[in-house]
Design a protein around this ligand. Structure first.
Ligand code: FES
Length: 341
């Protein structure tokens, strides 16, 4: 008979839930069975939605399972619940409250409102939920959209917030021969119906840090969830925190959504922006990565919170730089975007 271990998940809001998991059993599956509200998406060790930190006991990666965790992250106690088994009674901390994972992903139909190219390799897609369909999401989370005709799924974070529902906006990076890219460039029609499922992901605006200074670092279309977060802060009641957005693209021609950022600065006097290009900077642009634009003096409050979205090397560099500038690692939240072709 398989020996069962007691597994406890401690949520950031102080709620803890304990359930049994067999010694060889995938902990995520055991948590789902026990209706413990943990976040997950791929169930295959690939998306990092189910990341948690081992607090007590022994829990290891299931032999043969693949995991995107670095050896150093694993050594620090990070685990992906979907590819982890308990070797003893154990407990884990997750960085979100117990109410977050309870928003179950919904499958909905949406109509295309518009498709607009806003940079050589970026499209703005706006959609509207079909009547009778509804979902809720947190700024920063992502949706999966099925590419019509191909049936493949692509993940995008809305640049809009849940307050604009039933309308939603996405910024889609165009990839040569990409499934969604080809669809948007050649086939998408206004009023066409798309299937969308979500929300997913553990990258979202942390309400509990709403009043602390915020630093946002975005590369390319990693700007989408960040715009949603800035709007989330704008729409929340009360005094707005100081915010710094460092956003970068390769060259000036690749930049996009500059009007959106200008408008937000107009609405939010506490928001500062640094727009960066890797090369050929023109007046008013910082030459270098959005990480190189972070300076001494940007972190003056120990409770500063940061949100990073872009390619993994940018996230790693930004994390190192922010810690060097005085930030607490646990207040840095990040989402890597991965191109799927
Ligand atoms: S659910 Fe995607 S890594 Fe675990």
């Amino acid at each position: 008979m398989t020996q069962a271990h007691q597994v406890t998940i401690h949520f950031a809001d102080g709620v803890s839930r304990t359930f049994a998991a067999g010694s060889g059993e995938n902990i995520l599956e055991a948590a789902i069975k026990a209706e413990v509200p943990v976040l997950y998406q791929c169930k295959a060790g690939a998306c990092a939605s189910c990341t948690c930190k081992l607090a007590e006991g022994e829990a290891v990666t299931i032999p043969g399972a693949s995991s995107t965790l670095l050896a150093s992250e694993y050594a620090e106690g990070n685990r992906l619940l979907c590819v982890t088994k308990a070797e003893s009674d154990c407990s884990f901390n997750v960085a979100y409250g117990s109410e977050v994972g309870s928003s179950v992903a919904q499958e909905v139909k949406v109509f295309i409102d518009s498709v607009e190219r806003i940079a050589p390799n970026v499209m703005r897609l706006t959609v509207e939920l079909a009547e009778g369909n509804w979902l809720e999401f947190r700024s920063g989370q992502f949706m999966q959209i099925t590419v019509p005709g191909l049936g493949v799924l692509r993940s995008y974070s809305p640049s809009s917030t849940s307050l604009t529902l039933p309308k939603m906006e996405f910024l889609v990076r165009l990839l040569p021969n990409g499934a969604m890219s080809t669809f948007l460039e050649n086939e998408a029609q206004v009023d066409q119906v798309l299937t969308m499922k979500g929300p997913y992901g553990a990258f979202f605006l942390r309400e509990e840090h709403r009043r602390a200074p915020h630093i946002f670092v975005a590369g390319g279309t990693g700007l989408a969830p960040i715009l949603s977060m800035i709007d989330g802060l704008r729409q929340a009641s009360g005094k707005k925190p100081p915010m710094l957005l460092s956003f970068g693209c390769a060259v000036p021609e690749a930049l996009f959504a500059l009007d959106d950022m200008e408008l937000r600065q107009h609405w939010l006097p506490t928001l500062k922006t640094r727009i960066c290009v890797d090369r050929h900077a023109t007046e008013g642009l910082h030459e270098g990565s959005p990480v190189s634009a972070l300076k001494e003096g940007d972190v003056t409050d120990p409770n500063t919170v940061a949100y990073l979205c872009g390619p993994q090397p940018m996230i790693d560099a930004a994390t190192r730089r922010l810690i060097e500038l005085g930030m607490k690692p646990e207040l840095i939240f990040a989402e890597q975007f991965v191109a799927s072709n």
